[in-house]
Design a protein around this ligand. Structure first.
Ligand code: GLN
Length: 216
């Protein structure tokens, strides 16, 4: 079977590939049953059923994606209900604000985040984090210069805390983690995203109708 045929019927999930680590996300998405695709320009968003915003450096990611029009394009898609998983820097760019002052953001989630919140001494660490919404097995969470959620609006469900601080949350079709689930073989966040992508694809009739609407 060719690759193209094999991907028929699988939800198409993009991974922002502007900056940062995205290969592990593609592997996790493929394992969860999606056809992954790298997103570098607004045109790459055509026909996608969901998107992952990976970790990296949120200022760089924001500046590059702003320059290419990707930030505005993602903002529009998110307003239209595109499911998104944002990890670490991806969580930062989905926030409505950071505590550290202005930087280009996509926004969409009613949270304020503190960047590099766990401090220099413990810049990177691994911890078992309970995420009851995903089941009884704790998440093996890899934190790398991670943010935390400083404020969350009433529509936001904080799914996990570490040291008392919010480190995973969901609001509608948006899910964020302060840590990197893709680096420890944790698949449940990607499974959630692929499930949402599949539902969206089915609702739109295998993507065809939505693509035409999106092209108008
Ligand atoms: N410290 C980075 C930032 O503030 C995020 C780090 C990460 O994505 N692993 O953008």
């Amino acid at each position: 079977m060719t690759r193209a045929v094999a991907s028929l019927g699988r939800p198409h999930v993009g991974v922002l590939a502007v900056q940062g680590a995205f290969a592990e996300h593609e592997d996790a998405l493929a394992a969860a049953g999606a056809a992954p695709a790298e997103v570098r320009t607004p045109a790459d968003l055509e026909g996608l059923d969901a998107v992952v915003l990976p970790g990296g450096e949120s200022t760089t990611l924001g500046l590059v994606a702003e320059g290419s029009g990707l930030l505005a394009a993602l903002r529009e898609r998110i307003a239209g209900g595109l499911p998104v998983l944002g990890t670490c820097a991806g969580m930062i760019v989905l926030a409505r604000a950071t505590t550290g002052g202005a930087q280009p953001l996509i926004g969409g989630m009613d949270i304020v985040v503190r960047r590099n919140a766990f401090g220099r001494q413990v810049a990177s660490f691994e911890a078992a984090v309970d995420v009851p919404a995903l089941g009884p097995e704790p998440v093996d969470a890899v934190f790398i210069r991670a943010p935390w959620i400083e404020e969350a609006g009433p529509g936001v469900e904080v799914l996990a805390r570490h040291g008392g601080h919010g480190v995973a949350a969901r609001q509608g079709e948006l899910m964020v983690t302060a840590f990197h689930p893709e680096l420890s073989g944790e698949r449940r966040f990607h499974d959630w995203l692929v499930g949402r992508a599949r539902a969206r694809r089915e609702a739109a009739g295998e993507g065809g109708r939505r693509d035409r609407v999106g092209a108008q």
